[in-house]
Write a protein that binds this ligand. Structure first.
Ligand code: ZN
Ligand code: FE
Length: 255
């Protein structure tokens, strides 16, 4: 039985996610950028919120927590490494832990790089990975706390998941991300096709999140840093994967 996944637009360009199991009535929320759209979605569906999972400490992912907790009393689970800068945790998580989501066990992955202590949740049965600001749709988070090597390691953990995995990133940044991707690999047919699909979705005001990992592997310039022809395109044919990633990340910072 697969969980139902609901993507909730919040603030200007953030996303929160609900996962719901019909049989047990269980509902889990991942990240809380803003309380109102989340509480409205719960009310519209008649769902009771059982728990809140947090990916990292940035305010655009946690600032709605007090209002959602006031309305639902849901317990909060987040990274032990971030406990000092998250709302009070009912349970502190680290890589290797699992979290029960209805009938399914989600695996906790450390995907530090954007921040230190950023975690992702992977649900192998439903094929969902909640990656927030680590692996993003067409891109990856800025390196605000971690090194390029650390982020590279985190991205490679996610890249190793099954291709059909749905990547739930925390923001609607896809249009800009793909515009940047074209500065690296303008001739990539998968990128050209995806850019057209994304333009159509955005013109119709549809989210481009979640995306399939297979599509990220085919178009996301950060995951593609390890490919010899991409290293050549950026003028670093002999670079290590992490060095090529660092170069692409620093170009994106200036884009
Ligand atoms: Zn962030
Ligand atoms: Fe964010």
């Amino acid at each position: 039985m697969l969980l139902e996944l609901v993507t909730i637009p919040c603030l200007k360009d953030n996303y929160a996610f609900l996962m719901h199991d019909d049989a047990s009535g269980h509902t889990t929320l991942v990240d809380v950028p803003e309380a109102t759209p989340i509480l409205n979605t719960l009310a519209a569906r008649g769902w009771h919120l059982d728990q809140i999972l947090l990916t990292h400490h940035h305010s655009d992912h946690i600032q709605g927590v007090p209002d959602v907790v006031a309305a639902t009393s849901a317990p909060i689970l987040g990274a032990r490494a971030d406990a000092h800068r998250l709302p009070p945790l009912a349970r502190a998580l680290a890589e290797g832990d699992s979290v029960q989501i209805g009938p399914e066990q989600a695996q906790v992955l450390d995907v530090s790089g954007h921040t230190l202590g950023h975690i992702a949740f992977y649900l192998p049965v439903s094929g969902i990975a909640l990656t927030a600001d680590s692996l993003m749709t067409g891109g990856c988070g800025r390196l605000l706390e971690g090194t390029p090597a650390l982020m590279w390691q985190s991205l490679m953990k996610l890249a190793a998941l099954p291709g059909e995995t749905l990547i739930c990133s925390g923001h609607e940044y896809t249009t800009t991300n793909l515009r940047f991707a074209a500065t690296i690999e303008s001739d990539n047919p998968a990128l050209i096709a995806r850019t057209a699909k994304v333009a159509k979705a955005r013109a119709e005001n549809r989210p481009t999140v979640p995306s399939r990992l297979s599509g990220e592997l085919a178009t996301n310039p950060f995951l593609r840093a390890r490919l010899p022809h991409v290293k050549t395109l950026i003028g670093m044919p002999d670079a290590s994967d992490a060095e090529a990633f660092a170069e692409i990340r620093s170009r994106k910072d200036k884009f």
